[in-house]
Design a protein around this ligand. Sequence first.
Ligand SMILES: *[C@@H]1O[C@H](CO)[C@@H](O)[C@H](O)[C@H]1NC(C)=O
Ligand SMILES: *[C@@H]1O[C@H](CO)[C@@H](O)[C@H](O)[C@H]1NC(C)=O
Ligand SMILES: *[C@@H]1O[C@H](CO)[C@@H](O)[C@H](O)[C@H]1NC(C)=O
Ligand SMILES: *[C@@H]1O[C@H](CO)[C@@H](O)[C@H](O)[C@H]1NC(C)=O
Ligand SMILES: *[C@@H]1O[C@H](CO)[C@@H](O)[C@H](O)[C@H]1NC(C)=O
Ligand SMILES: *[C@@H]1O[C@H](CO)[C@@H](O)[C@H](O)[C@H]1NC(C)=O
Ligand SMILES: *[C@@H]1O[C@H](CO)[C@@H](O)[C@H](O)[C@H]1NC(C)=O
Ligand SMILES: *[C@@H]1O[C@H](CO)[C@@H](O)[C@H](O)[C@H]1NC(C)=O
Ligand SMILES: *[C@@H]1O[C@H](CO)[C@@H](O)[C@H](O)[C@H]1NC(C)=O
Ligand SMILES: *[C@@H]1O[C@H](CO)[C@@H](O)[C@H](O)[C@H]1NC(C)=O
Ligand SMILES: *[C@@H]1O[C@H](CO)[C@@H](O)[C@H](O)[C@H]1NC(C)=O
Ligand SMILES: *[C@@H]1O[C@H](CO)[C@@H](O)[C@H](O)[C@H]1NC(C)=O
Length: 827
Amino acid sequence: MLHSSMASLPVIFVSMFIFSLPILPSSSSAMITSLAKGSSLSIQDFLVSTPNPTFTAGFFSIGENAYCFSIWFTQPNDDGNHTVVWMANRDQPVNGKGSRFSLQKSGNLVLTDAGKFQVWTSNTKTESDSSSSSVDLQLQEDGNLVLRDSKNQNLWQSFDSPTDTLLPGQIFTGNSPLISKRSLTNYSSGFYKLYFDTDNILRQMYQGPEITSIFWPDPWLNSKDAGRSTDNNSKTAVLDFLGHFHSSDEFKFNVVDYGPGIQRRFTIDFDGSLRVYSLVNTSRSWKVSWQAKLLPCNNHGICGLNSLCTYDHETGRKCSCAPGYRRVNQSDWSYGCEPEFQLPCDDFNASGWLELKQTEYYGYDVGFFPNYTFEQCKELCLKYCDCKGFQFKYDVGNGYYDCFPKTLLFNGYTSIGFPDPMYLRLPKSNLSSFSPNLSQRVSDLKCSAQIITLDRQYGKKHHPGWVKTFLWCTLAVGAIEIICLLSYLYTTRIRSRARVQGYLQVGTGFRKFSYAELKKATKNFSEIIGRGGSGDVYKGVLPDNRVAAVKCLDQANYHTEAVFLTEVSTIGRLNHMNLIELWGYCAEGKHRLLVYEHMEHGSLAKNLQSDKLDWKKRYDIALGTAKGLAYLHEECLEWVLHCDVKPENILLDSNYHPKVADFGLSKLLNRGGGDQISSFSRIRGTRGYMAPEWVFNLPITSKVDVYSYGIVVLEMVTGKNPVGSYDKEENGSRNVMMEPKRLVQWVKENMHEEGDNNTNNDDEVDGKMYGVLKVLDPRIKEGDEEVDVEKMENLIRVAIQCAEEDRDGRPTMRQVVDLLMHQNSDQ
Ligand SMILES: *[C@@H]1O[C@H](CO)[C@@H](O)[C@H](O)[C@H]1NC(C)=O
Ligand SMILES: *[C@@H]1O[C@H](CO)[C@@H](O)[C@H](O)[C@H]1NC(C)=O
Ligand SMILES: *[C@@H]1O[C@H](CO)[C@@H](O)[C@H](O)[C@H]1NC(C)=O
Ligand SMILES: *[C@@H]1O[C@H](CO)[C@@H](O)[C@H](O)[C@H]1NC(C)=O
Ligand SMILES: *[C@@H]1O[C@H](CO)[C@@H](O)[C@H](O)[C@H]1NC(C)=O
Ligand SMILES: *[C@@H]1O[C@H](CO)[C@@H](O)[C@H](O)[C@H]1NC(C)=O
Ligand SMILES: *[C@@H]1O[C@H](CO)[C@@H](O)[C@H](O)[C@H]1NC(C)=O
Ligand SMILES: *[C@@H]1O[C@H](CO)[C@@H](O)[C@H](O)[C@H]1NC(C)=O
Ligand SMILES: *[C@@H]1O[C@H](CO)[C@@H](O)[C@H](O)[C@H]1NC(C)=O
Ligand SMILES: *[C@@H]1O[C@H](CO)[C@@H](O)[C@H](O)[C@H]1NC(C)=O
Ligand SMILES: *[C@@H]1O[C@H](CO)[C@@H](O)[C@H](O)[C@H]1NC(C)=O
Ligand SMILES: *[C@@H]1O[C@H](CO)[C@@H](O)[C@H](O)[C@H]1NC(C)=O
């Protein structure tokens, strides 16, 4: 890795060429490639990397007359800013005038502020015989600033003391943590830290003004369950040039654009998210190619104390104070909020309780109190003077409620993913003046563009662009935290496995199964109930007599158990009546299995071939499916975007209520990395239901699901199958195949055929009726109950809109739900 180019030259020369860098306010900057002993850089001077000038080192302006000696990418980003990868004095900026970065005769590197006062030093020196020994400082092409002696040995290198960024090839060690910036524009040390713990585990910690908590890997998992190993005490981690990250505790991942020739950086961002960014050559912008946690609200401390974090489509998160609390510092959320009330400790009668729906505060419990009534929980909280409220949570596994009194309101998160409320303790007298005014969700979904789009340039080399796009859709980001829903552990206290297992079950009933257990449950995998691209599904009966569908994933063995666990538990926390419920998983050796609830009536595809579905059931299935998808889209879990909405993936329970299945699955199969690309063709969206974006290589957004949904509904209504998969054996089957485009066109034409331009009302109704009845699946008409033409017409119109070629013309899933519900309430 070390270049031995100019370092060994006996005479060090400083090559100077006049060069003007666009952003820095100097008219005549000097650009050199090596700094010799006894010389120094002032703020006009820059050291550029050799042989390619990819990086520049010098004084970086961080404010008015405030500079930090830094290394940055020479080329500016598209917004004109430079991306800094290292800083010597981030917390102690120097003046512009008179500050110098010098390589002293002794071999020491020193940064001095204007008044000669030393701000930073490398603490190096050359051997004493040294008048002849040469030392020089060079910036390597990989971004490493290296001080080398005449024997070509490194005396010092910037790679050993990273700030918030690791470059490819840079070895991260236990000696020097990564610490985030303070904010997007403030480069000084922030609150998030990535470091090797004393037990050799790579962890992430929030170190705020008042509170410290470790939040990655998930604190309630012991290291083994988190897939980490404590055995290797070398404490090193590195992102290689291909985009593979490996840590000595066995944490590893590949970025989504894995492969050579892409400039990347691994950064701990000011919001606490660990991300790998890839540089898009054409636009000079950075795209996220891996991220440890998708939702910044899951990062501890993000909004400070006594606050609430909600997902925001534009910025990723939005902070607000809990009702009854006000901001401490108007410009900085990390100071959180403070109470604007006083509650006497001994006056029990003064406390009132304010319900915050779908809200969780993670950690800082007085304890865990199972099987408590609401009254008991209130009383318990009152017993503790510092109890700020309690989480009251239904325990699915046991069928009772659990009580979690909180001593601190920290890591507050409001999300539709949380089924249970939090109760805040506030003065009873003023209770009505505190309103749980939580931000309204934006109905027009716009997920952060950086996460869902990737420049197509990357894709073209090996495979068509849609493959990459699909990758982005399904694999957009890496492991996601099993969020608080699953646990209320006191952040650092509890490590016991039994306890953990119990906590995981609290809330979702989600758990880990052993392979033997599942083998037994499925009677040696004897009763197969489905085959899919991702694996076969078997019926099984769990020890507690619940009937389950056990899916054995093929090709899932690329995932380590840890990655599998994090992803599976994220899917497990998605909780909606129209999503199939994940009860647990098994990851043993090469086996990767998922345990789902069993759906009595099987798939919609199967049922469409039968005569079981009258118009009402079909309508309800359409509505339920829309609700399920809307929920998935709501939090912008881009990788969960279904991408494969089709009748086979809509399952029906004993009452024919629909549940969407298979979401997020393609990610579990980890078909993104390296060699597995070729198998991608099998798991893309299914022909017939695939939105035109795939074909035309346009950005993939949640609107692809909307398109597929539209086609599925049209199929449900008309009985015409856009794939032609189930009209083979039965000639005279009414499931006539029809290309999706033609299907949409055909329905449109029939709906418009008569009455459209008719001013006469009666005729209009007749016309509609005629159109609707003409396209309806004949089997619907055969049903006993008379078809509600108005409703069906509305459904068809919505479906046509969903199947618009132009994605901007399609409604969001939430709007679809509203359109259908609105029709309901009209009746
Ligand atoms: C980047 O540049 C824009 C304007 O060009 C500026 O508003 C923004 O603060 C800059 N960001 C950083 C991190 O310096
Ligand atoms: C950056 O944040 C630090 C710590 O809060 C603060 O002291 C400093 O003034 C900030 N710098 C700027 C330029 O805002
Ligand atoms: C420890 O981790 C390092 C870096 O990943 C690796 O090179 C080394 O072989 C590991 N040692 C053992 C004993 O596994
Ligand atoms: C991006 O640019 C770098 C340097 O100019 C080059 O080496 C690399 O091949 C380019 N990558 C792509 C994907 O074009
Ligand atoms: C708020 O925080 C900023 C940045 O840390 C600091 O500069 C400012 O003085 C603080 N304001 C108050 C009122 O404490
Ligand atoms: C309660 O509200 C009243 C008026 O709304 C206010 O004057 C009083 O200070 C509040 N009390 C507390 C404890 O906040
Ligand atoms: C609270 O109110 C109840 C009746 O409403 C009363 O019996 C009790 O003494 C009161 N407690 C205190 C501490 O005021
Ligand atoms: C929960 O508590 C109630 C009342 O204390 C008790 O009757 C019930 O058996 C408990 N349930 C369980 C599952 O322990
Ligand atoms: C709730 O918040 C919205 C905007 O954030 C505001 O317009 C509205 O007045 C608030 N309602 C209450 C009751 O505070
Ligand atoms: C399952 O298969 C094993 C051998 O593979 C056999 O010993 C066992 O009896 C079988 N169990 C059942 C329930 O069929
Ligand atoms: C199916 O129907 C078509 C036309 O209706 C006919 O030509 C064909 O022979 C039939 N096939 C079978 C297997 O009955
Ligand atoms: C019906 O109205 C559409 C526009 O709404 C128009 O394009 C079409 O020509 C009209 N057809 C007749 C028969 O008037």
